[in-house]
Design a protein around this ligand. Structure first.
Ligand code: KIV
Ligand code: ZN
Length: 451
């Protein structure tokens, strides 16, 4: 039985909320480059910037609107005339423009930041949306700090902006304070209580201060939100925004729990992550889900052995499904002979059992001294251990030192995320990715050696 999956719009705010995070500012050319990658990724809406914030932001939004024509292009504006006019000026040539108006609604913000009453807040939100609507048919409204806003008052504001013409109601957890059950219930309450809500899209915008942004966004979707706001690598104010790749892959890997579809081409995720980190110079944390360097790396012997036999043992999605070239087995002191043998093959050497034992003994001693055994260490070790005429069957001729250095990263070269594991040998012959079915008998030994 095919389960009907509802479509969730992906609103990417890497260029706006993401760009607001320390060290992540981008110039116009860089923003354009990333916008093209977001287009390839298949996001539905690109929030290209906050046009009144600076001349640079204005020009970037305008440039993106002019050339990126498939997705909706949104520009942020506070709930006041000059902001909305400026946003519209930047967006007016977009194929599908959206003005995104926001105004804080929590008492803390009204009292200390805006110094306005609740009644003034309702009036300002309504007037701002009405004005934005007079310029652009697609208007999104965000009650900033919604999760710390009195729920009755929140519904009052939302009702007013729906009447004024808002087409998307975005519910921000501005300070990353909410938890999944509470946020899900808030979305359900809004769906139940705001008149006219059936004609607008509910959106979730979650920050990660308690590490729950993705879980909160998914809870919102489960309760009726049909747009998620997110960023590549989860960058954003303070602890960041909900990460696009985590939301998308949660839906793809667990359709039983999240029966929703997005338009995201998941094979473009890794490229988007790498492009962003190259542009900003901000590296992705190694253990970051989906896009971190270690997300598909396996060092423990048992894990390596399992992955080589069948990746499903320790991988819930294929690296290729998110655009990562191949999983990377990290060779260290916990690695087993199976993984070592496989890496030797990838480097062009095939050893019989006895020869591999020799290599393995030396490998373990070396791995005890240095953390990770890189390819160039391994090549050296192979050369020292075996003269090619003995028990090793080189798939390629032994590599002279200079050439070996060229195929493997020198020790002092900065570590690149996912160093390319050669998929072919020196002759372009594809190397085996999975274990050879004619494996040698003593499987258990590999486990024991590796642990
Ligand atoms: O976090 C937030 O409240 C925002 C709004 C402008 C949507 O980024
Ligand atoms: Zn935000």
């Amino acid at each position: 039985m095919t389960v009907e999956r509802e479509r969730i719009s992906v609103f990417d705010t890497t260029l706006r909320d993401g760009e607001q995070s320390p060290g992540c500012s981008m110039n116009q050319q860089e923003k354009l480059r990333l916008a093209h990658q977001l287009d390839r990724l298949g996001v539905d809406i690109i929030e290209a910037g906050f046009p009144i914030a600076s001349e640079g932001d204005f020009e970037s939004v305008r440039a993106i609107a002019a050339v990126v024509r498939r997705p909706v292009i949104a520009g942020l504006a506070r709930a006041c005339r000059p902001d909305i006019e400026r946003a519209w000026e930047a967006l007016r040539d977009a194929a599908r423009p959206r003005i995104h108006v926001f105004l804080a609604t929590s008492d803390i913000h009204l009292q200390y930041k805006l110094r306005i009453t609740r009644d003034q807040c309702v009036a300002q939100a309504r007037d701002a949306v009405r004005f934005a609507k007079s310029l652009c048919p697609d208007v999104e409204f965000s009650p900033e700090d919604a999760t710390r806003t009195d729920p009755d008052f929140l519904c009052r504001v939302l009702e007013a902006v729906v009447e004024a013409g808002a087409t998307t109601l975005n519910i921000p957890d501005t300070v990353g304070y909410t938890v999944p059950s509470e946020f899900g219930a808030l979305i359900a309450m809004i769906r139940r209580c705001v008149p006219g809500i059936e004609n607008v899209v509910i959106s979730a915008h979650c920050h990660n201060d308690l590490g729950m942004a993705v879980a909160n966004a998914l809870a919102a979707v489960a309760n009726g939100a049909r747009q998620v706001e997110c960023t590549i690598n989860g960058i954003g104010e303070r602890a960041g925004n909900a990460s696009l790749e985590e939301i998308v892959m949660a839906m793809r890997v667990r359709p039983d729990q999240y029966p929703y579809d997005t338009g995201v081409a998941s094979e473009q995720i890794f490229a988007a992550s790498q492009t962003l980190s190259e542009i900003t110079g901000v590296p992705v944390q190694p253990n970051k889900a989906i896009t971190g360097r270690n997300a598909f790396a396996h060092e423990a012997g048992i894990h390596q052995d399992g992955v080589l036999k069948n990746p499903l043992t320790y991988e819930i999605m294929t690296p290729r499904s998110v655009g990562v070239p191949d999983s990377k087995l990290v060779l260290g002191k916990h690695s087993g002979r199976h993984a070592l043998g496989m890496r030797c093959e990838q480097l062009g050497y095939q050893f019989d059992r006895r020869a591999l034992d020799d290599i393995y003994r030396r490998f373990v001693r070396l791995a005890d001294k240095i953390k990770h055994v890189e390819d160039h260490h391994l090549l050296e070790l192979i050369r020292d251990t075996h003269k090619p005429s003995t028990s090793a069957t080189p798939l390629i001729e032994p590599i002279p030192a200079a050439k070996a250095a060229a195929v493997s990263a020198p020790a002092n070269e900065p570590v690149k995320p996912f160093p390319a594991v050669p998929a072919t040998n020196a002759f372009g012959v594809p190397l085996p990715v999975h274990a050879d079915p004619q494996q040698e008998p003593n499987q258990q030994e590999d486990y024991l050696w590796g642990v």
